[in-house]
Design a protein around this ligand. Structure first.
Ligand SMILES: C[S@@+](CC[C@H](N)C(=O)[O-])C[C@H]1O[C@@H](n2cnc3c(N)ncnc32)[C@H](O)[C@@H]1O
Length: 348
């Protein structure tokens, strides 16, 4: 899978900066899913390409460039596609990552029998099958790298401080209802990890609570894998052994998540660039959005973080990825500094 961290510059400008952010983008955690590109995807829920009914003529200017059978992307084609992807998902692809767009989309263009990136752009905008293709495009350009027990120090703080504090507060108020939002949940490892931690903390008391973890992603393919809940040992590489033993069922070398965890989670598609969709998410006590906003430019980061702030209940907390920051993005939260992590609290 591709990995396209932002350079922090907006489309329409000419960003020169690059961002490291790790780059293999290769993940093998989900059993049977080595790479998600090209997989069939389900229904479409992204922002509609409203108001576009007629296909304009192709520019016809430059001939399609091809080197050794591989199509090359021109600067104009790159800018066109980059801005389109940004408008549809908020994911900003720095110019230095142009070659990744070229590499990753070659197969899609060939599969559709198209001759250039320009034709592909018009297909995405005007073809009757454009919605299905948009889903596939998202699968190609996003990275879904994730794992169970990702960032253990942060999860320890979540368990000991955030969750325990929130549960005590709710018990005292006589409201045993807890809502957690895992935004950008990829193939499910994050929300399942949270479900396991909830079981570990609440034990038999869990049956007396009304708990829901809302788990969303842009990609239908990763959500399908999440709902299936079968993982390879790679996905469990940082998970304590006894947790694996107690919460997974071994099946032919893979691991199936305990169905009790599934019952706590509602998986569904959400595009974080769609403000209206975000408004419809039930208000949360805790939000996890880890390793997602790194792909957005500053404007999109601000918009998404503001939506999370509005969604959080007073006193609620947000956790982001260890390489992500709210610097220059939001001053609305009260940061709480712990060893290895910052918890962002909405005061109230
Ligand atoms: C690197 S994974 C992180 C998964 C998990 N949160 C973790 O930290 O392990 C990033 C996920 O964000 C999703 N994503 C990227 N842009 C998104 C958007 N605009 N709306 C919803 N999800 C998005 C990707 O599809 C991908 O599954």
């Amino acid at each position: 899978m591709a990995l396209f961290p932002t350079s922090g510059t907006s489309p329409g400008t000419s960003p020169g900066g690059t961002s490291s952010g790790g780059a293999s983008g290769i993940r093998t955690g989900v059993a049977g899913v080595g790479g998600l590109a090209g997989r069939a995807a389900g229904g479409q829920t992204f922002s509609p390409l409203a108001g576009i009914t007629q296909r304009p003529p192709l520019s016809g200017g430059l001939p399609a460039a091809s080197l050794g059978g591989k199509l090359q992307i021109s600067n104009d084609e790159f800018v066109q596609l980059r801005d389109f992807i940004y408008a549809q998902s908020g994911i900003f692809i720095a110019e230095a990552r142009k070659y990744l767009v070229e590499n990753r989309l070659n197969n899609r263009i060939k599969a559709l029998n198209l001759k250039s990136f320009g034709e592909y752009y018009y297909y995405l905008r005007f073809d009757p099958n454009r919605r299905e293709e948009l889903t596939k495009l998202f699968e190609v350009i996003t990275t879904n790298e994730t794992s169970f027990w990702r960032n253990p120090p942060q999860l320890q703080i979540f368990q000991d401080k955030v969750l325990t504090g929130e549960l005590d507060k709710l018990r005292r108020a006589g409201q045993k209802k807890l809502r957690i939002w895992s935004a950008g949940c990829s193939t499910g490892e994050e929300p399942y990890t949270l479900a396991i931690i909830l079981h570990e903390v609440l034990k038999s008391e869990i049956s007396t609570w009304d708990i829901r973890i809302t788990a969303n992603d842009l990609s239908e393919a990763v959500l399908a894998a999440a709902r299936k809940g079968v993982y390879s040992t790679y996905a469990l590489r940082t998970t304590p052994r006894d947790i694996v033993t107690r919460y997974f069922i071994e099946e032919g070398g893979n691991y199936r998540i305990d169905p009790r965890m599934k019952r706590l989670i509602a998986f569904g598609p959400i595009n974080l660039s769609d403000k209206m969709m975000l408004k419809r998410v039930e208000r949360s006590n805790i939000i996890f959005c880890r390793n997602v906003i790194i792909y957005f430019d500053e404007e999109m980061k601000r918009q998404v973080i503001e939506s999370f702030y509005d969604n959080l209940l007073p006193g609620g907390c947000m956790l982001i990825g260890h390489s992500e920051s709210l610097h220059n993005i939001s001053r609305a939260f009260k940061p709480e500094y712990h060893a290895g992590t910052i918890v962002y609290r909405k005061e109230g």
